[in-house]
Design a protein around this ligand. Structure first.
Ligand code: UD1
Length: 365
């Protein structure tokens, strides 16, 4: 009998665990699916809480790379991934999104001649100074199967002459969120736990290097929080906590009335807090989409977004770090439309992706 094919999913950061959840459940009956955790995110709330809540099998391999500069973090993952790939001999490696783990995992596989599937291929901000942009462009150019979520992503790939191995997959993040809706709507206690009233507050996250590593932009962010006249709940990423301290902004942000600062929350709590917010302010790609999926207006504190569809649908507003733009949006009567289209030909993204992987193995026997 033919040996079961081995697929390794390489993950390491929050948004990757979310995308992994529905696919891991689907792949387990089709192949030998191993999970390799780079250790890029390691705090309970940034990592293990996602495995617990989304019932993701424990990682088979953990590289424990932890934090570091981009070169150091990427280099360590690359070196340790190479070892893991050599000893486990996968038939395919899957990488997710645009983090340092994505790039390092894809590079390690490519150098060893292992086929690569890239989940969430084709996204572009067209800003080459963003580490995520470099990571996703590089991963796309060395991948064999490119699972793209939106028509814009397909166009981006075509514009870079990537035309082979393209699979329109829909969005795994929608698939998992849709399955969680009943739990989110029952979880009313979350608002009390965080000291906010449903429908009254703005939920805020910020973590991108271009916002939090730039003292001027970070100070502007604090100024904006001082000026917005709404109750606010800020789920502070560890990177942001560090740089607020480094730029001596911690005392100032703590003094802001009607601002609650909390730790990053596990997946289900974050979705509940998003669903009960008057609006969401963020620079996260995933949260932009989730806010739209949940029908909450989203103000994106960036100049551009990879998710143009969310802006076109009237659910997402690019406000940069500008108080006047933010106030203009908040003063409107916001009624965003929900985006419901994530199934393609009635198939869920995880079905499409796992089916395409099996077809690849069949075609490359
Ligand atoms: C990374 C991704 C980004 C993704 C985000 C999700 C890259 C370049 N960026 O950004 O695309 O949207 O994850 O959150 O890969 N830290 C902790 N505990 C943790 C994890 C991180 O304290 O569990 C701190 C460390 O001090 C670290 C800093 O946060 O230096 C930044 O973490 P890192 O993984 O480098 O990037 P993120 O900003 O999380």
């Amino acid at each position: 009998m033919a040996r079961k094919k081995i697929v390794i999913s390489i993950v390491g950061a929050r948004p990757q665990f979310i995308k992994l959840a529905p696919l891991a459940a689907r792949l387990k009956s089709k192949c030998r699916h191993l999970i390799l955790h780079s250790g890029q995110h390691y705090n309970y709330e940034m990592s293990q809480s996602f495995f617990d809540q989304l019932h993701i099998p424990a990682p088979d391999l953990n590289l424990n790379v932890g934090s570091g500069s981009h070169g150091r973090q990427t280099g360590r993952i690359l070196e340790r991934c190479e070892k893991a790939i050599i000893s486990n001999k996968p038939d395919m490696v899957l990488v997710y999104g645009d983090t340092n783990t994505t790039l390092a995992g894809a590079l390690a596989a490519a150098k060893l001649g292992i086929p690569i599937g890239h989940i969430e291929a084709g996204l572009r901000s067209f800003v080459r100074t963003m580490p995520e942009e470099i990571n996703r462009v590089m991963a796309d150019h060395i991948s064999d199967l490119l699972f793209y979520p939106t028509p814009t992503a397909r166009k981006n790939l075509h514009n870079e002459n990537i035309t082979r191995g393209l699979v329109r997959s829909g969005d795994l993040m929608y698939e998992i969120l849709d399955g969680c809706r009943p739990i989110i709507s029952r979880n009313k206690q979350a608002f009390n736990n965080h000291g906010v009233d449903a429908g009254e507050y703005i939920l805020i996250t910020l973590h991108r290097a271009e916002n939090v590593d730039d003292p001027d932009r970070l100070e502007k962010f604090v100024e904006i929080l001082e000026q917005i006249r709404h109750p606010k709940l800020f789920l502070a990423h560890p990177r942001t906590v560090k740089t607020l301290r480094r730029f001596e902004l911690t005392r100032r942000i703590k003094k802001i009335e009607d601002l609650i600062i909390d730790r990053p929350q596990p997946y289900l709590e974050t979705l509940t807090l998003m669903s009960g917010a008057a609006a969401v302010m963020t620079d996260s790609g995933g949260i932009q989409k989730e806010a739209c999926f949940l029908g909450r207006p989203c103000l994106t504190m960036r100049r551009e977004t990879e998710w143009l569809e969310t802006v076109d649908s009237g659910a997402n507003f690019l406000v940069d770090m500008s108080l006047s733009k933010i106030n203009r949006v908040l003063n409107r009567n916001l009624r965003p439309r929900r985006q419901q289209q994530y199934r393609i030909n009635r198939m869920k993204p995880s079905e499409i992706i796992s089916g395409a992987i099996m077809k690849y193995f069949h075609d490359h026997r």
